[in-house]
Design a protein around this ligand. Sequence first.
Ligand SMILES: *[C@@H]1O[C@H](CO)[C@@H](O)[C@H](O)[C@H]1NC(C)=O
Length: 484
Amino acid sequence: MALPRSLGLDGLAVVLHLLLLFSYPWASSTSSSVPGSADEGFKAELLVVEPISGAERPEEQGIREFLARNMEPRHAVAVVVAGRGSKRHKLLEEVAADKDLSHLLALGISFAKGKTSLKVYRYMYDEEVYTGKWTRNAIQSWLQDVSYPPVYRMNQQFAPTKYLTNNPFGVVLVVKPLSEHSDALLKVLEPHAAKFRGRLKIALFTRAAGTTQLCDQYGVRTDNEILLLEKPQETFRGSRHSRAPLAPKHRMENLTLAGIDQFFVDYSAGTLPRYLTSPMSRQKHEQKLLADAAAGESLRELAGWDFVHTVEDPKSSVLVEFVSTNCESCNEFDEAYRQVARKIRELSLPQNSPWSNVIVARIDQSANEHTEFIKGTPWLKYWPRGLKKRPVDVELRSVESIMQFLEERTSAEIDEAKDSLSSTSRPKAGGGKTETKALPPQAKPSAPIVQLGQPSPTKSRGYLSTDSDLSEDSGLADDQEGEL
Ligand SMILES: *[C@@H]1O[C@H](CO)[C@@H](O)[C@H](O)[C@H]1NC(C)=O
C-alpha cells in the first residue's frame, strides 16, 4: 500500500505514513507496492529549518524544534548549517534528492553565514559531526551509515523501510517485550554492533499486535528471539514455481545475555545453522512427522526446519521432490512419486535392509524456504549419502526409472562406503585427529556410514541387485502410468 504521489501535502503524507507503520497493510500485498519506493511518504528533498523568531537563540531553537518534529519514525535527522545559495547548500540539495536516503533520515538546512557544519542527530545516541570531504558521494555514504544508531531501541515507532524493505545493510532484530529493552541488553549488543557496523544494523524490536504481520512475513515467531537477515530487502514469495535461494538468515530462541553474545561469536565463525522460514512451528512440524510415521506414511514431508539437516545427513541417501501450489504437473506426478515412496518403504522394512537409509521426501516450496535453486516444479533432487554431499538433479518421472536410478546410486554408494571403511585402516595423509587413527581389523566403526548387517562385500552388494529384493516387488516393470 503506497501513498499516492499526488498527495502534495508533505505533512499529511507523513501523518498517513505514521498511521500505516503499525498496521503494515503492504505486508500481505505483492512486491509492486513495497514501501521505500518513491511513493512511500518521505520526500527526497532538503527541508528548511526555520529559526524561531522572538526566541533567545532563534537558529538553535529552530533546530531543536525541527529535530522534535522529524525524529519519528526514522530516528535520525541530519542538519546542515550553511549560507543560503552557497555551494554547500547546493551540494546538500543534491544529496537530499537521493531516494535511497530519504527513508533513512530527514535532512534539513539551517541558513547561517560563516561557519558550516553537518550533523546527524539520532534517537538516544549522541550526534555525529561530519569531518569528511564535502563531495556528494562521500556525504551520501556517510549519512547512510550514521543514520543508523549503534543499536536502535524501538519505542513507539519502527520504520520497516529503514530496517527491512529498503535497508542496504543486513539487520539483526533482537525481539523482546518493550519492558525488557534494558541497558544490559544494549551493553551486550553495542560491541557487536561496532564490529559489524558496515554489514549489520541492530534493532531492539518487539512482537506486538502492530508488528505481527511483519513478524510473520520475516519469520519472527516469538517475543524472545534474535533474527539475523543478511539481505532484509529479499522477501520470501510463496507463489513461484521456480526459486533461487535467499541470502542466509539465522535465528535463536530463548535469549540470555550470554546466549546473545555467543550468537554473534558463532556468526563470526560461520557456525550458525541457517534459518529457513516455515508456516508451521517447529513443534507442530515434529508432531506431524510423528503422526505420519505412526500412520505408516512413506513420504517424508520436509519443512524449513528440517530441510538442511535431512538432506545433509551423511548416513542417508535423500530424494526430494520440490512442489508448489497451483502446480498441475505436481499433481499429475504425485501418485507416481508416492508409489516410489511406498516401494522404498517396503524394501526398507526387513532388518538390515540397505534401503533403510534411503529417504523419499517432499517439500512444498510455496510455504517453506529451502536452500536450492529450482527451475520449476515438480523438481527432483537427490543427495547421495556421505560426508560431502552434492545434490544432483533427477529428471526422471516414472516409477520404474526413478527406482532404477535409486538402485544404481545407492548400490554405488554402498560400495564407496565399503571402500572407505577398508581404507580407514591406512593412515591418511593430512587427515583429521580422529580419521588418522587406524581401526583394529575386526572392529566395527563407531558411526557406520551405512547400516549393513555385516561388513561382508558379497552380501552387501547382493542386497541391491535387481534379482533379489527388487524382483520380488511385482509390477515394477509395467508401472508406467506415472510417466509425464
Ligand atoms: C524456548 O522455550 C520454550 C518455552 O519454555 C520451549 O518450548 C522451547 O523449546 C525453547 N526453545 C529452545 C530452542 O530451547
